[in-house]
Design a binder for this molecule. Structure first.
Ligand code: ASP
Length: 360
């Protein structure tokens, strides 16, 4: 009996320590967000006046550490994928980002992904990933216009916004988005409109899809992203080039640019027009099996298929494809992914009609 009492007393004395030693039964209440850093001005360093700096100098960990209170928004992990100026963004890094997004989609600890990126090609990476990523978890691309060393650097604020969006329940089901300067954009329609200002990004045709001005992001419409239209095969993507059409351009110019390409995107003046000699060269390329897409230099507007009413400029007559609302750079990305398998001009047109307009 005395022994039993002694054991009970011992248990009681040890109880607080035993309770402390138990693993915490409460799961971490914060959503998990994975930050994939690729460089850009947001990771840039140089002069405080922003006039001179180098992109891609600051690590992912330091970018996150520059956001006060970020540990109260999400449970953050990070990976340095690259540290480059985004003019050097390439297919190899896109493939790595794509693989990380697929891994994040399968990781129950993660609510979303943030990709820090240079602003110069951020809309291209966003559009590329939007055509491949599952939509259930948000993937938010973010950059800054001023380097990290600038007076009033915008990077920490933009990164905080992006993490808020990636962690937000309201962002689930929206797939890839781009966040800059308090606004949330659809990768299809967003473009960099100014090379210096803080409000450099806009979506001229549609406007933003939401904003981040309160603790939770506000979206202007219900999520509508469908399943990813493409998957990424192991072979290098087919070569697709962009030809910038202008007064005085010739068909020979187009042929030189298009040499060896499976697809050509023509950035034409107006609604994708081109000089007659370029049009004849485009028609010959299309007849030879090269996919030729007409887009606009202006960066905003809808190029739909022109029929026989357009005479010599008719897409039907020339075998060309109307690029709809996509900028030349985004039309190139759609065409590269589409040409991973043989597709007729009609099938390609159907893809541009669906993925190059707000409808699809
Ligand atoms: N000027 C660029 C930026 O805003 C540099 C880059 O795209 O990496 O991030």
């Amino acid at each position: 009996m005395a022994e039993q009492l002694r054991r009970a007393a011992l248990l009681l004395a040890l109880w607080p320590a035993m309770a402390l030693a138990q693993p915490n039964p409460q799961p971490n209440p914060l959503p998990g967000v994975r930050v994939l850093a690729t460089g850009g001005t947001i990771a840039g360093a140089g002069r405080a006046d922003s006039v001179g700096y180098r992109a891609g100098q600051v690590s992912a960990a330091d970018l996150i550490a520059a956001v006060p209170g970020v540990e109260r928004i999400a449970s953050i992990s990070s990976e340095q994928i690259a540290n480059i100026g985004s003019a050097d963004m390439d297919e190899a890094i896109w493939r790595t980002l794509h693989a990380r997004i697929l891994a994040a989609a399968a990781d129950p600890a993660l609510a979303g992904v943030v990709i820090t990126h240079g602003t110069d090609t951020m809309e291209e990476t966003a559009f590329f990933l939007s055509l491949l990523a599952p939509v259930a978890k948000p993937v938010v691309l973010v950059g800054s216009m001023r380097p990290s060393t600038a007076v009033s650097a915008d990077g920490p604020h933009n990164l905080m916004d992006a993490i808020r969006v990636a962690a937000a329940p309201a962002a689930a089901g929206r797939g890839v988005m781009l966040v800059m300067n308090d606004q949330i954009f659809d990768p299809r329609f967003v473009t960099k409109l100014d090379m210096r200002q803080l409000n450099a990004f806009g979506a001229p045709a549609t406007g933003p899809i939401g904003h981040v001005q309160q603790l939770q992001p506000q979206f202007f419409a219900a999520a509508s992203a469908g399943p990813a239209p493409f998957s990424l095969g192991p072979a290098p993507l087919p070569r697709v080039v962009i030809a910038y059409a202008h007064a005085g351009m010739t068909g020979d110019d187009l042929d030189r640019i298009a040499a060896g390409a499976r697809g050509v995107v023509i950035a034409g003046p107006g609604a994708g027009s081109m000089p007659s000699s370029v049009r004849r060269a485009a028609r010959a390329l299309a007849a030879a099996g090269v996919a030729v897409v007409r887009t606009a230099r202006q960066g905003s507007g809808d190029i739909w298929r022109s029929d026989s009413a357009a005479g010599d400029a008719s897409d039907d007559a020339n075998g060309t494809i109307a690029g709809r609302m996509l900028t030349p750079a985004k039309a190139r990305i759609l065409l590269m992914l589409a040409l991973q398998q043989p597709r007729s001009p009609a099938a390609l047109q159907a893809l541009f009609d669906r993925l190059g307009t707000p409808g699809g």
